[in-house]
Write a protein that binds this ligand. Sequence first.
Ligand code: AMP
Ligand code: MG
Length: 324
Amino acid sequence: MSQRTDLALLTDVVNAACRITRRVQSDLIGARRVKKGDRSPVTVADLAVQALVSHRLAEAFPDVPLMGEEDASVLRGDERAAIRAQVVQRVRAEWPEATEESVLAALDRADHRGGRTGSFFCLDPIDGTAGFLRDMHYAVALARITDGRVVRGLLGCPRIEHEFGEGVVFRATLNGGCERAPVGSDDWTAVRVSDRDDTADARICESWEKQHTDQGRSSALADRLGIRAEPVRIDSQAKYGLVAEGSAELYLRIPRPPQTPDTPVRHECLWDHAAGAILIQEAGGRVSDLDGRPLDFGTGTRLSANRGVLGSNRHLHDAVLRAL
Ligand code: AMP
Ligand code: MG
């Protein structure tokens, strides 16, 4: 398949995934039909997207394995019949011939474990599930990784608002730049990181969820750097999109200290960073861990060779690393 058709196909897949997530978010969550603590709508949307993407990729790239965040075990068994039926119903909006069997088979196919060599796709069907459930931000994140490097990334951000309306898809190819378009459109514009080079003017984005990162350390860091603006807190890899398009200069992910001395360090999942990282890099920015090492996507399902994440517009990168 040529580079061009391959990219168009992946874009179609991400747009179809965004249509599914948007319907579930507005039908169930926006309509307040969900009780607090009930995670089933996000489970339905998550699994429906993973099944659809896996099915489409299997047709187009039968030899390329897929690493997906979800697995089908929550759908198996008699007591899961209701949620299974909902997943199939949501998938059918985009894949009309889907059956319970074909949906489960598609989900099961997404079991690749990554590694140093070879090429695979990496999917987070709904990154930022907490935001999805709050009727806020989330992202559909799809990347291709070859020999430990991300070579392509697509990020559907249905809740990012812009002058052209709500919903943006970002996409980037290694050495091919980064661009964005409204969800469902073919109206692509190249994006570049911002050229602000004074740390005092930097805009930081970080997780909405307080438990995901150490916001105390990031706020102390912002003070040391003389940053005036309040941080932009938003769920999911949408943060990478904001830095890539120049709406923010820094994406900070400082791990929280382990709760007890025996708690193992939490390494980031590949699918939480692969699609996003290439966006910033191809938009002219830089991504590393908090020690300045490039993110290594060849270590399995986790970024086990890295500690935390710093994404930047490049100009401010070294100053932040020094201040960390
Ligand atoms: P964000 O909104 O940037 O925090 O991204 C959401 C992602 O954070 C989810 O997909 C999770 O994989 C990840 N996550 C979940 N729990 C934690 C945690 N305790 N620390 C760091 N990241 C987490
Ligand atoms: Mg995620």
